[in-house]
Design a protein. Structure first.
Lengths: 275, 124
């Protein structure tokens, strides 16, 4: 079973929830797919990490075969390959590794070379279960390949928690697309609700069942409750906004390891998901 | 010889654009017969690489010189590969002013990028 934790807005508590759910569940694996800013490992403190380099391919043009017809440039949605007057320019950092330019080239002038876009790390956390996370290199255009690699070697029977990237971009879609259930973590602020609506739309389009956890409850206003009622969205739990939680979080603690009541919040959410 | 100028609207009296790759229009002026033609910059909403894409479109219009506010590193690589020369105008004037200044030799040729690169749309 795969459970994705996502939010829309950043900073609502995806990592806090994903790591705490995994901590309480124990027999599971946590995958941090927020490859632009992975931070689950900071809380889960893996003892030893293995690293795998992730590469993508980008085009290289054989000048002796290229006739500068322009087909590759017409095809590329990202302008990563630009047929000019005297040569073909390749902006490899903009290439999304789709393979299209080679397919449309009638003169067999394109072959692909590898570039490193980041890494995958994996190991055992200080709490006994395993973690995997990705780290995208600064300047690399898309983390989708890393997310796909993170998710490629999973055993379907394991209970898998996915800490997703914020927003509703390609990375988020890649992170949640195989999920059996999604947990939206939102905060009861106008910004939190606005971004959550986009996530709701995305999950409904993808036919993924979901519920909402209201984090930092007590802040903001009532809009989130009204929205969930109107849209018939299940609220899985509420976690109050408290300074002691923020303080422990800032110290890199797993809140369920410090506060019994926090562990209970997590257990209740897990119970509701399994129902 | 044709020159292209980045503009906010159509025609020679229009205001100069503040950016190249994401300018709304290019006014194309023929130095031999003073013909004026405006084309829409189709690259302006590209997810990435607007500068390179714009240079490619201008080359298809037989443009050999562009008057620009500034150029990023990828657009600079692109104009070299398309054998196009770029000259910098002062922002805030009209297309007509920029053409006059160019004819008088007052505009400086750009031979290296004048601004840092960025990826994708960036709102001014």
């Amino acid at each position: 079973m795969e459970i994705a934790v996502l939010s829309g807005k950043g900073g609502t508590g995806k990592t806090t929830l994903a790591t705490n759910l995994a901590f309480v569940q124990k027999k599971c694996i946590l995958i941090d797919t927020d490859v632009e800013e992975p931070n689950s490992h900071i809380f889960l403190k893996p003892k030893e990490l293995n690293r795998k380099v992730i590469t993508t391919e980008y085009p290289n043009v054989d000048k002796s075969k290229c006739v500068l017809c322009g087909d590759c440039g017409d095809f590329c949605r990202y302008n990563a390959i630009l047929p000019a007057k005297n040569k073909v320019l390749v902006f490899k950092e903009m290439c999304h590794d789709c393979g299209g330019c080679k397919l449309v080239c009638k003169h067999d002038a394109i072959h692909y070379e590898k570039q490193e876009i980041g890494s995958m790390y994996f190991g055992e956390t200080a709490y006994g279960f395993n973690i995997k996370y990705g780290d995208l290199k600064v300047g690399a255009v898309s983390g989708v390949k890393i997310i796909e690699t993170l998710k490629s070697s999973l055993v379907k029977e394991d209970l898998i928690f996915i800490d997703s990237p914020p927003g509703t971009s390609c990375s988020t879609v890649a992170a949640v697309k195989d999920a059996d259930y999604a947990v939206i973590v939102s905060e009861p602020t106008p910004f939190g609700v606005s971004d959550m609506k986009m996530v709701v739309e995305m999950l409904r389009n993808m036919n993924i069942l979901f519920g909402v956890v209201i984090n930092k409850a007590g802040l903001g206003d009532n809009e989130i409750y009204e929205y969930c009622e109107e849209e018939n969205i299940r609220i899985l739990g509420e976690i109050p906004f408290e300074k002691r939680f923020a303080r422990a979080y800032a110290n890199g603690e797993i809140l369920s390891n410090v506060f019994d009541e926090y562990r209970n919040y997590m257990q209740n959410i897990l119970n509701k998901i399994s129902n | 010889m044709k020159i292209a100028i980045c503009s906010n609207s159509q025609g020679i009296k229009s205001e100069l654009a503040e950016r190249f790759g994401r300018a709304d229009y290019f006014v194309i002026y023929d130095l031999e017969n003073q013909d004026v033609k405006t084309i829409e910059n189709k690259a302006k909403n590209e997810p990435s690489g607007a500068g390179g894409s714009a240079v490619r479109s201008l080359s298809k219009e037989d443009v050999e010189i562009i008057l620009v506010p500034e150029l990023g590193p990828k657009a600079m690589d692109a104009i070299k590969a398309f054998e196009i020369k770029a000259y910098a105008y002062t922002k805030g004037a009209t297309v007509e002013n920029a053409i006059e200044e160019f004819k008088l030799g007052k505009l400086k040729e750009l031979t290296s990028n004048t601004k840092e690169g960025h990826h994708g749309l960036r709102r001014a």
